[in-house]
Design a protein around this ligand. Structure first.
Ligand SMILES: NC(=O)c1ccc[n+]([C@@H]2O[C@H](COP(=O)([O-])OP(=O)(O)OC[C@H]3O[C@@H](n4cnc5c(N)ncnc54)[C@H](OP(=O)(O)O)[C@@H]3O)[C@@H](O)[C@H]2O)c1
Length: 258
């Protein structure tokens, strides 16, 4: 073989090795049909992860599955539509994970909804929906994947909270309450499971350019607001750390908001 072909072969092997850091790891990602969840799914796919993706919108979810599969032919990528307001749907999701894989390696509790209105005007149904999607669903999902993680003494549980779960937001009291609750759950959970080698990671992003933040955010300049890919990078960094180290909580802000 000529020197140049050897160099190319070595380079390709190097790229393959670097690019497959999540090879053989099952990552379950909620809210994968758009925004931050989609970005995490595609970033993890580029590292060769196996993926079980979920959300309600079938078409959007299928498109993400297709893109993920193109990024990593070796990955096994499945999707399951689920409305996380329904405990039975959460159970089906976990069954699907355990039927197709031995256990979940990384659970990304990302799905969430926002609702911003003065407290005196907030409707009961909205309060319940926010609680169900933002708090109850991640708790249930975690509870259901945990026994196998404890058995294997490994796993990473990642929660997408928010800066609104740390500092409160005028006009977003109920949303902020759900994210404070999520952090309280995650913090307590970490104390419970760390002796089993299980990591609990909480990401607290500021405004990020997704459908969640509305059209204004997506129109804001790249430097002025976080992008879903920024959150995906930190999620990946947290997962790729040696298992003996845990990024327990991260606050993310745009460097120079405009
Ligand atoms: N964007 C921000 O400014 C920002 C800042 C801090 C934290 N966050 C958090 O980041 C997370 C992701 O939000 P995003 O910004 O990426 O917004 P997004 O693009 O609207 O994504 C939300 C995801 O949650 C899913 N979802 C909503 N309700 C659901 C339900 N009942 N059952 C199942 N899936 C459901 C949606 O999928 P379907 O509609 O297909 O079901 C979608 O995939 C949320 O937890 C949010 O609180 C966002």
């Amino acid at each position: 073989m000529r020197a140049t072909s050897v160099a190319v072969a070595n380079y390709k092997a190097l790229v393959r090795n670097v690019a497959m850091r999540l090879s053989g790891k099952l990552c379950v990602i909620t809210g994968a049909s758009s925004g931050i969840g989609r970005a995490i799914a595609l970033r993890f796919a580029r590292e060769g992860a196996d993926l079980l993706l979920t959300a309600r919108r079938d078409d959007a979810l299928r498109a993400v599955v297709e893109q993920a599969q193109q990024l990593s032919e070796q990955s096994r990528v499945l999707s399951l539509c689920a409305d996380l307001r329904q405990p039975a749907a959460i159970e089906r999701l976990v069954e699907c994970a355990h039927q197709n894989w031995e256990a979940v390696d990384v659970l990304v509790n990302n799905a969430g909804i926002g609702y911003f209105t003065p407290t005196a005007e907030v409707e009961l149904e909205r309060i319940e929906e926010l609680w169900q999607v933002n708090v109850r669903a991640p708790i249930l999902l975690t509870k259901m994947v945990l026994p196998r993680m404890l058995q294997r003494r490994q796993g990473t549980l990642l929660f997408v909270a928010s800066l609104a779960g740390k500092y409160g937001v005028k006009g977003g009291s109920v949303y902020a309450a759900t994210k404070f609750a999520l952090r309280g759950f995650a913090d307590s959970l970490f104390q419970e499971v760390r002796s089993y080698g299980i990591r609990v990671v909480v990401l607290c992003p500021g405004s990020t350019a997704t459908a969640f933040s509305g059209p204004t955010a997506s129109g804001t300049s790249r430097s002025g607001i976080l992008q879903p890919d920024d959150i995906a990078e930190i999620a990946l960094a947290a997962v790729l750390l040696p298992v003996t180290a845990t990024v327990s909580e991260v606050e993310l802000r745009p460097t120079n908001p405009s």
